[in-house]
Design a protein around this ligand. Sequence first.
Ligand SMILES: Cc1cc2nc3c(=O)[nH]c(=O)nc-3n(C[C@H](O)[C@H](O)[C@H](O)COP(=O)(O)OP(=O)(O)OC[C@H]3O[C@@H](n4cnc5c(N)ncnc54)[C@H](O)[C@@H]3O)c2cc1C
Length: 229
Amino acid sequence: MILTLIGRHSEAGDAASFIFRADQPGFTWRAGQFLHYILSRENPDDRGIERWFTVSSAPFEGQVMLTTRLVERRSTFKAALDALAIGATIDADGLEGDFVVDDPNAEFVFIAGGIGITPYRSILLDLDHGGADINATLLYANRTKDFVFKEELEALAVRHKNFRIRYVVDPETIDEAAIREAAPDLARPIFYISGPEPMVESFEKMMRGMGIPDARLKRDYFPGYRWPL
Ligand SMILES: Cc1cc2nc3c(=O)[nH]c(=O)nc-3n(C[C@H](O)[C@H](O)[C@H](O)COP(=O)(O)OP(=O)(O)OC[C@H]3O[C@@H](n4cnc5c(N)ncnc54)[C@H](O)[C@@H]3O)c2cc1C
């Protein structure tokens, strides 16, 4: 599939969102899924020319959006992405992912590390659009106070009295106590963890140790970023 860049905007901190039109009419996805992108460039660095990015837009928004960090010492892939002009194209395929919501009426604990917030934007907007009464706590950790999508998330929290957001800024971390506070009855919610790979792995270990079974633990690993943030 060919995606044409139709817009881009800065997000909080060093993040940016890129909005694309797909050349496949009616192309859609499930909130929380991701795409595989190929961006050819001369002399790519050792990280290569392909990446995976969550679709940060909700299906009803119609256009594919990817949201990522553009750090100063960035890969050649990110430099090429940042240099894309409006109207330029990028190859994408391989829509995939089970980091999705099966029962909109379930209770959720969503854990995000930094840019790992991307699938939750799509999932939460989709739940809202579908008319669900969102019953979720979002535990959102970041290096700084520049929380990506903060305004949109807070607008949802105003509309949904059972949607709570707890921000955690480095050096504070999301620990076992914070998870127990979000879910006093650990047997009820479905837990989602999204963020840098080492972060997701460490939460997975901690939460298994708390007795949360694999069946109620969903994970989305972002390689390429360090943790702690
Ligand atoms: C299913 C899935 C979904 C994902 N969704 C998202 C998403 O929604 N948003 C998102 O941002 N990422 C997402 N990722 C991760 C994404 O694919 C990249 O791995 C990530 O953004 C890092 O990009 P980058 O390697 O271009 O490094 P950069 O973002 O450019 O840099 C990250 C760090 O690596 C260092 N670095 C950069 N290049 C090199 C190099 N050549 N050698 C050594 N160090 C280097 C930088 O200095 C920086 O510290 C997802 C991954 C998967 C598998």
